[in-house]
Design a protein. Structure first.
Length: 401
Protein backbone atom coordinates (compact mmCIF):
# COMPACT_ATOMS: atom_id res chain seq x y z
CA UNK A 1 0.00 0.00 0.00
CA UNK A 2 1.36 3.42 -0.92
CA UNK A 3 1.51 6.25 1.57
CA UNK A 4 -0.13 9.65 0.89
CA UNK A 5 3.29 11.03 -0.05
CA UNK A 6 3.85 8.20 -2.51
CA UNK A 7 0.40 8.67 -4.04
CA UNK A 8 1.01 12.38 -4.50
CA UNK A 9 4.39 11.82 -6.09
CA UNK A 10 3.21 9.07 -8.39
CA UNK A 11 0.12 10.98 -9.47
CA UNK A 12 1.89 14.24 -10.16
CA UNK A 13 3.15 13.28 -13.62
CA UNK A 14 6.69 14.24 -12.65
CA UNK A 15 9.79 12.16 -13.39
CA UNK A 16 10.34 10.60 -10.00
CA UNK A 17 13.94 9.58 -10.66
CA UNK A 18 14.80 13.16 -11.68
CA UNK A 19 13.23 14.53 -8.50
CA UNK A 20 15.08 11.90 -6.45
CA UNK A 21 18.37 12.87 -8.07
CA UNK A 22 17.68 16.50 -7.16
CA UNK A 23 16.97 15.42 -3.59
CA UNK A 24 20.25 13.50 -3.47
CA UNK A 25 22.09 16.61 -4.68
CA UNK A 26 20.57 18.75 -1.91
CA UNK A 27 21.66 16.23 0.73
CA UNK A 28 25.20 16.07 -0.69
CA UNK A 29 25.49 19.86 -0.59
CA UNK A 30 24.65 19.83 3.13
CA UNK A 31 27.73 17.67 3.75
CA UNK A 32 30.03 20.44 2.54
CA UNK A 33 27.95 23.41 3.72
CA UNK A 34 28.23 22.26 7.31
CA UNK A 35 31.94 23.11 7.24
CA UNK A 36 31.15 26.69 6.16
CA UNK A 37 28.92 27.10 9.21
CA UNK A 38 31.11 25.16 11.67
CA UNK A 39 34.76 25.96 10.85
CA UNK A 40 36.89 29.03 10.15
CA UNK A 41 37.03 29.85 6.45
CA UNK A 42 40.44 28.20 6.01
CA UNK A 43 39.10 24.98 7.53
CA UNK A 44 36.76 24.42 4.62
CA UNK A 45 39.77 23.54 2.47
CA UNK A 46 42.41 22.62 5.04
CA UNK A 47 41.87 19.95 7.73
CA UNK A 48 44.69 21.42 9.82
CA UNK A 49 43.06 24.87 9.96
CA UNK A 50 40.13 23.96 12.22
CA UNK A 51 40.27 25.29 15.77
CA UNK A 52 39.57 21.79 17.12
CA UNK A 53 41.32 18.68 15.78
CA UNK A 54 40.77 14.94 15.95
CA UNK A 55 42.96 12.14 14.55
CA UNK A 56 40.28 11.41 11.93
CA UNK A 57 39.96 14.93 10.52
CA UNK A 58 42.39 14.35 7.67
CA UNK A 59 40.57 11.16 6.68
CA UNK A 60 37.23 12.98 6.64
CA UNK A 61 38.83 15.76 4.58
CA UNK A 62 40.16 13.22 2.07
CA UNK A 63 36.77 11.53 1.71
CA UNK A 64 35.08 14.91 1.26
CA UNK A 65 37.68 16.14 -1.22
CA UNK A 66 37.55 13.03 -3.39
CA UNK A 67 33.84 12.18 -3.26
CA UNK A 68 31.82 15.20 -2.09
CA UNK A 69 33.36 18.64 -2.54
CA UNK A 70 32.01 20.28 -5.73
CA UNK A 71 30.57 16.96 -6.99
CA UNK A 72 27.10 17.63 -5.65
CA UNK A 73 27.38 21.30 -6.59
CA UNK A 74 28.01 20.02 -10.12
CA UNK A 75 25.08 17.62 -9.89
CA UNK A 76 22.77 20.35 -8.60
CA UNK A 77 23.89 22.69 -11.40
CA UNK A 78 23.30 19.97 -13.99
CA UNK A 79 19.75 19.51 -12.73
CA UNK A 80 19.25 23.26 -12.61
CA UNK A 81 20.18 23.48 -16.28
CA UNK A 82 17.87 20.60 -17.15
CA UNK A 83 15.04 22.17 -15.16
CA UNK A 84 15.46 25.51 -16.91
CA UNK A 85 15.39 23.90 -20.33
CA UNK A 86 12.30 21.87 -19.44
CA UNK A 87 10.49 25.13 -18.65
CA UNK A 88 12.02 26.88 -21.65
CA UNK A 89 10.91 24.10 -24.02
CA UNK A 90 7.34 24.47 -22.81
CA UNK A 91 7.30 27.77 -24.64
CA UNK A 92 4.69 30.28 -23.63
CA UNK A 93 4.09 33.81 -24.76
CA UNK A 94 7.65 34.98 -24.11
CA UNK A 95 9.87 32.16 -22.79
CA UNK A 96 13.02 34.29 -22.81
CA UNK A 97 11.47 37.01 -20.71
CA UNK A 98 10.02 34.44 -18.32
CA UNK A 99 13.43 32.77 -17.96
CA UNK A 100 15.23 36.03 -17.24
CA UNK A 101 12.55 36.93 -14.68
CA UNK A 102 13.14 33.60 -12.93
CA UNK A 103 16.88 34.25 -12.85
CA UNK A 104 16.36 37.74 -11.42
CA UNK A 105 14.14 36.45 -8.63
CA UNK A 106 16.50 33.56 -7.91
CA UNK A 107 19.42 35.97 -7.65
CA UNK A 108 17.46 38.09 -5.16
CA UNK A 109 16.63 35.01 -3.07
CA UNK A 110 20.26 33.92 -3.16
CA UNK A 111 21.48 37.37 -2.21
CA UNK A 112 19.18 37.48 0.81
CA UNK A 113 20.27 33.94 1.72
CA UNK A 114 23.95 34.90 1.54
CA UNK A 115 23.49 37.96 3.74
CA UNK A 116 21.28 36.32 6.35
CA UNK A 117 22.71 32.82 6.54
CA UNK A 118 25.14 31.27 4.04
CA UNK A 119 28.00 33.35 2.65
CA UNK A 120 28.74 30.57 0.15
CA UNK A 121 25.25 30.62 -1.39
CA UNK A 122 25.18 28.99 -4.84
CA UNK A 123 21.87 30.43 -6.06
CA UNK A 124 23.51 33.71 -7.07
CA UNK A 125 26.06 31.90 -9.21
CA UNK A 126 23.34 29.73 -10.77
CA UNK A 127 21.26 32.80 -11.58
CA UNK A 128 24.19 34.56 -13.25
CA UNK A 129 25.19 31.46 -15.22
CA UNK A 130 21.53 30.84 -16.06
CA UNK A 131 21.39 34.12 -17.99
CA UNK A 132 23.42 32.43 -20.73
CA UNK A 133 21.22 29.33 -21.03
CA UNK A 134 18.81 30.67 -23.69
CA UNK A 135 21.81 31.34 -25.94
CA UNK A 136 23.00 27.73 -25.82
CA UNK A 137 19.61 26.04 -25.50
CA UNK A 138 19.29 25.23 -29.19
CA UNK A 139 22.70 23.59 -29.51
CA UNK A 140 22.94 19.87 -30.14
CA UNK A 141 23.94 17.53 -27.32
CA UNK A 142 27.44 17.14 -28.75
CA UNK A 143 27.84 20.88 -29.08
CA UNK A 144 26.69 21.34 -25.49
CA UNK A 145 29.29 18.86 -24.27
CA UNK A 146 31.94 20.68 -26.31
CA UNK A 147 30.82 23.98 -24.76
CA UNK A 148 31.06 22.40 -21.31
CA UNK A 149 34.60 21.18 -21.96
CA UNK A 150 35.56 24.64 -23.19
CA UNK A 151 34.05 26.30 -20.12
CA UNK A 152 35.95 23.97 -17.77
CA UNK A 153 39.11 24.92 -19.65
CA UNK A 154 38.21 28.60 -19.24
CA UNK A 155 37.74 28.03 -15.51
CA UNK A 156 41.14 26.36 -15.20
CA UNK A 157 42.92 28.83 -17.47
CA UNK A 158 41.30 31.82 -15.80
CA UNK A 159 42.34 30.55 -12.39
CA UNK A 160 45.92 30.02 -13.48
CA UNK A 161 46.07 33.45 -15.10
CA UNK A 162 44.52 35.11 -12.03
CA UNK A 163 47.14 33.57 -9.78
CA UNK A 164 50.00 34.01 -12.21
CA UNK A 165 49.36 37.58 -13.27
CA UNK A 166 49.12 38.78 -9.70
CA UNK A 167 51.80 36.73 -8.02
CA UNK A 168 54.35 35.56 -10.60
CA UNK A 169 57.41 37.68 -11.24
CA UNK A 170 58.01 37.07 -14.93
CA UNK A 171 61.26 39.04 -14.94
CA UNK A 172 62.72 36.86 -12.19
CA UNK A 173 60.98 33.66 -13.25
CA UNK A 174 59.62 32.87 -9.80
CA UNK A 175 56.61 33.34 -7.54
CA UNK A 176 56.28 36.48 -5.48
CA UNK A 177 56.57 35.83 -1.77
CA UNK A 178 53.21 37.59 -1.46
CA UNK A 179 51.54 34.57 -3.02
CA UNK A 180 52.71 32.29 -0.23
CA UNK A 181 51.43 34.75 2.37
CA UNK A 182 48.11 35.15 0.56
CA UNK A 183 47.64 31.39 0.22
CA UNK A 184 48.53 30.70 3.84
CA UNK A 185 46.07 33.32 5.04
CA UNK A 186 43.21 32.04 2.91
CA UNK A 187 43.88 28.29 2.68
CA UNK A 188 46.61 27.53 5.17
CA UNK A 189 47.15 27.66 8.90
CA UNK A 190 48.23 31.25 9.53
CA UNK A 191 47.26 31.76 13.22
CA UNK A 192 46.28 35.42 12.84
CA UNK A 193 44.09 34.71 9.81
CA UNK A 194 42.37 31.80 11.55
CA UNK A 195 41.73 33.94 14.63
CA UNK A 196 40.22 36.66 12.43
CA UNK A 197 37.94 34.07 10.80
CA UNK A 198 36.90 32.80 14.23
CA UNK A 199 36.02 36.31 15.35
CA UNK A 200 33.90 36.87 12.24
CA UNK A 201 32.13 33.55 12.71
CA UNK A 202 31.17 34.45 16.27
CA UNK A 203 29.81 37.91 15.52
CA UNK A 204 26.22 38.81 16.35
CA UNK A 205 23.36 38.72 13.86
CA UNK A 206 23.11 42.49 13.40
CA UNK A 207 26.88 42.84 13.03
CA UNK A 208 26.96 40.09 10.40
CA UNK A 209 24.00 41.57 8.55
CA UNK A 210 25.69 44.97 8.28
CA UNK A 211 29.06 43.53 7.25
CA UNK A 212 27.69 41.25 4.56
CA UNK A 213 25.33 43.90 3.21
CA UNK A 214 28.28 46.26 2.77
CA UNK A 215 30.24 43.53 0.96
CA UNK A 216 27.63 42.75 -1.72
CA UNK A 217 29.71 44.19 -4.63
CA UNK A 218 32.70 42.09 -3.57
CA UNK A 219 30.46 39.03 -3.28
CA UNK A 220 29.18 39.49 -6.82
CA UNK A 221 32.72 39.89 -8.15
CA UNK A 222 33.76 36.67 -6.39
CA UNK A 223 30.84 34.55 -7.54
CA UNK A 224 31.20 35.83 -11.11
CA UNK A 225 34.42 33.84 -11.32
CA UNK A 226 32.43 30.63 -10.81
CA UNK A 227 30.10 31.29 -13.76
CA UNK A 228 32.11 29.24 -16.32
CA UNK A 229 32.29 26.08 -14.18
CA UNK A 230 28.62 26.28 -13.21
CA UNK A 231 27.53 27.00 -16.77
CA UNK A 232 29.57 23.98 -17.87
CA UNK A 233 27.59 21.74 -15.52
CA UNK A 234 24.32 23.28 -16.73
CA UNK A 235 25.26 22.62 -20.35
CA UNK A 236 25.96 18.98 -19.47
CA UNK A 237 22.60 18.79 -17.71
CA UNK A 238 20.80 20.09 -20.79
CA UNK A 239 22.64 17.58 -22.99
CA UNK A 240 21.78 14.68 -20.68
CA UNK A 241 18.15 15.78 -20.61
CA UNK A 242 18.05 16.00 -24.40
CA UNK A 243 19.65 12.57 -24.64
CA UNK A 244 16.94 11.33 -22.19
CA UNK A 245 19.32 10.08 -19.52
CA UNK A 246 17.85 12.48 -16.96
CA UNK A 247 14.40 11.53 -18.19
CA UNK A 248 15.09 8.02 -16.83
CA UNK A 249 14.87 6.43 -20.29
CA UNK A 250 18.33 4.88 -20.51
CA UNK A 251 18.93 1.19 -19.96
CA UNK A 252 20.80 0.13 -16.86
CA UNK A 253 23.90 -1.04 -18.74
CA UNK A 254 24.18 2.36 -20.47
CA UNK A 255 24.02 4.16 -17.15
CA UNK A 256 26.54 1.80 -15.58
CA UNK A 257 28.95 2.32 -18.47
CA UNK A 258 28.81 6.13 -18.16
CA UNK A 259 29.21 5.90 -14.38
CA UNK A 260 32.21 3.60 -14.72
CA UNK A 261 33.97 5.69 -17.38
CA UNK A 262 33.45 8.99 -15.58
CA UNK A 263 34.30 7.39 -12.25
CA UNK A 264 37.63 5.99 -13.45
CA UNK A 265 38.50 9.30 -15.13
CA UNK A 266 37.85 11.27 -11.95
CA UNK A 267 38.40 9.16 -8.82
CA UNK A 268 41.97 8.04 -9.51
CA UNK A 269 43.31 11.58 -10.16
CA UNK A 270 41.40 12.93 -7.14
CA UNK A 271 42.88 10.22 -4.92
CA UNK A 272 46.35 11.09 -6.21
CA UNK A 273 45.77 14.81 -5.60
CA UNK A 274 44.52 14.15 -2.06
CA UNK A 275 47.57 12.00 -1.32
CA UNK A 276 49.94 14.57 -2.82
CA UNK A 277 48.48 17.44 -0.79
CA UNK A 278 48.62 15.33 2.40
CA UNK A 279 52.20 14.27 1.72
CA UNK A 280 53.21 17.93 1.38
CA UNK A 281 51.56 18.74 4.71
CA UNK A 282 48.54 20.70 3.41
CA UNK A 283 50.35 23.93 2.46
CA UNK A 284 47.98 26.73 1.50
CA UNK A 285 49.93 27.42 -1.69
CA UNK A 286 49.01 23.93 -2.90
CA UNK A 287 45.66 23.08 -1.35
CA UNK A 288 44.00 26.30 -2.54
CA UNK A 289 44.69 25.94 -6.28
CA UNK A 290 44.13 22.17 -6.13
CA UNK A 291 40.69 22.59 -4.53
CA UNK A 292 39.54 25.54 -6.64
CA UNK A 293 41.18 24.95 -10.02
CA UNK A 294 43.04 21.69 -10.63
CA UNK A 295 40.27 19.37 -9.41
CA UNK A 296 37.55 21.02 -11.55
CA UNK A 297 37.44 18.58 -14.51
CA UNK A 298 37.45 15.58 -12.20
CA UNK A 299 34.76 17.08 -9.95
CA UNK A 300 32.59 17.64 -13.02
CA UNK A 301 33.10 14.11 -14.33
CA UNK A 302 32.32 12.55 -10.96
CA UNK A 303 29.12 14.60 -10.78
CA UNK A 304 28.07 13.00 -14.08
CA UNK A 305 29.04 9.58 -12.72
CA UNK A 306 26.81 10.13 -9.69
CA UNK A 307 23.90 11.10 -11.91
CA UNK A 308 24.26 7.96 -14.04
CA UNK A 309 24.78 5.65 -11.07
CA UNK A 310 21.80 7.05 -9.18
CA UNK A 311 19.57 6.73 -12.23
CA UNK A 312 20.64 3.09 -12.52
CA UNK A 313 19.81 2.38 -8.87
CA UNK A 314 16.59 4.33 -8.42
CA UNK A 315 13.38 2.34 -8.61
CA UNK A 316 10.17 4.23 -9.33
CA UNK A 317 8.20 2.69 -6.46
CA UNK A 318 11.10 2.22 -4.04
CA UNK A 319 10.71 3.82 -0.62
CA UNK A 320 14.14 5.51 -0.72
CA UNK A 321 13.57 6.85 -4.23
CA UNK A 322 10.17 8.26 -3.29
CA UNK A 323 11.47 9.93 -0.14
CA UNK A 324 14.37 11.48 -2.06
CA UNK A 325 11.90 12.58 -4.74
CA UNK A 326 9.92 14.47 -2.10
CA UNK A 327 13.14 16.16 -0.96
CA UNK A 328 13.88 17.06 -4.58
CA UNK A 329 10.47 18.56 -5.18
CA UNK A 330 11.24 20.98 -2.36
CA UNK A 331 14.86 21.47 -3.42
CA UNK A 332 14.89 25.28 -3.13
CA UNK A 333 13.02 25.26 0.18
CA UNK A 334 15.18 22.47 1.57
CA UNK A 335 18.40 24.13 0.45
CA UNK A 336 17.42 27.33 2.24
CA UNK A 337 16.03 25.64 5.34
CA UNK A 338 19.16 23.57 5.89
CA UNK A 339 21.03 26.88 6.22
CA UNK A 340 18.50 28.04 8.82
CA UNK A 341 19.07 24.84 10.81
CA UNK A 342 22.86 25.01 10.51
CA UNK A 343 22.75 28.65 11.65
CA UNK A 344 20.69 27.63 14.66
CA UNK A 345 23.32 25.04 15.54
CA UNK A 346 26.52 27.03 14.92
CA UNK A 347 25.80 30.79 14.91
CA UNK A 348 26.13 33.02 17.97
CA UNK A 349 22.35 33.58 18.03
CA UNK A 350 21.80 29.81 18.15
CA UNK A 351 23.75 27.19 20.07
CA UNK A 352 27.02 28.95 19.19
CA UNK A 353 29.05 25.89 18.22
CA UNK A 354 31.03 27.67 15.49
CA UNK A 355 34.76 27.03 15.92
CA UNK A 356 34.11 24.68 18.85
CA UNK A 357 33.82 21.42 16.94
CA UNK A 358 36.19 19.31 14.87
CA UNK A 359 35.68 18.35 11.25
CA UNK A 360 34.42 14.94 12.33
CA UNK A 361 31.97 16.44 14.82
CA UNK A 362 30.70 18.88 12.19
CA UNK A 363 30.07 15.97 9.84
CA UNK A 364 28.05 14.20 12.53
CA UNK A 365 26.02 17.35 13.18
CA UNK A 366 25.06 17.66 9.51
CA UNK A 367 22.79 14.69 10.17
CA UNK A 368 20.40 17.14 11.88
CA UNK A 369 19.33 19.13 8.76
CA UNK A 370 19.48 16.02 6.56
CA UNK A 371 17.17 14.12 8.89
CA UNK A 372 14.85 17.12 9.06
CA UNK A 373 14.37 17.45 5.31
CA UNK A 374 13.94 13.69 4.91
CA UNK A 375 11.18 13.79 7.53
CA UNK A 376 9.24 16.88 6.55
CA UNK A 377 9.49 16.72 2.73
CA UNK A 378 7.11 13.73 2.18
CA UNK A 379 4.61 15.24 4.63
CA UNK A 380 4.69 18.64 2.93
CA UNK A 381 4.40 17.18 -0.58
CA UNK A 382 1.49 14.94 0.46
CA UNK A 383 -0.48 17.73 2.08
CA UNK A 384 0.57 20.98 0.41
CA UNK A 385 2.35 20.03 -2.82
CA UNK A 386 4.74 22.74 -3.97
CA UNK A 387 7.21 24.11 -1.44
CA UNK A 388 6.80 27.64 -0.04
CA UNK A 389 9.94 29.08 -1.64
CA UNK A 390 9.23 27.30 -4.93
CA UNK A 391 5.80 28.93 -4.86
CA UNK A 392 7.30 32.33 -4.00
CA UNK A 393 9.87 32.04 -6.81
CA UNK A 394 7.21 31.06 -9.32
CA UNK A 395 4.70 33.73 -8.26
CA UNK A 396 7.10 36.69 -8.32
CA UNK A 397 8.64 35.52 -11.60
CA UNK A 398 5.20 35.46 -13.22
CA UNK A 399 4.52 38.99 -12.02
CA UNK A 400 7.79 40.20 -13.52
CA UNK A 401 7.35 38.42 -16.84
Amino acid sequence: MTTPAQTTTLASGRIIELDALRGLAVIGIVWMNVYVFALPAQGYYNPDAAAVHTPFDRLVWAISFVFIEDKFRTLFAMLFGAGCIILFDKGGENPWRAHFARMAVLFAIGLAHSILFASNDILRAYALAGLALPFIAMLSSRALIAVAVGLVAVHIGGGIIAFGSGFYDWSQGRLHSDLVVFADRNFGTDPAAIEFSLQQGREGFEERLLRRSANVPAQIATISRSVPINLAAMAIGIALWRERMLAAEWRTFQLQRVAALCGVFSVLPLLWLAGWVAELGFPGIVIGPVSLIVSAPFDTALGVAYAALAMALFTRSGAITLRLAAVGRLSLTNYLMTSVILSAVFASWGFGLFGRVSRVEALVLCIVPIAAILLWSPLWVANLGQGPFERLWRTISRLLS
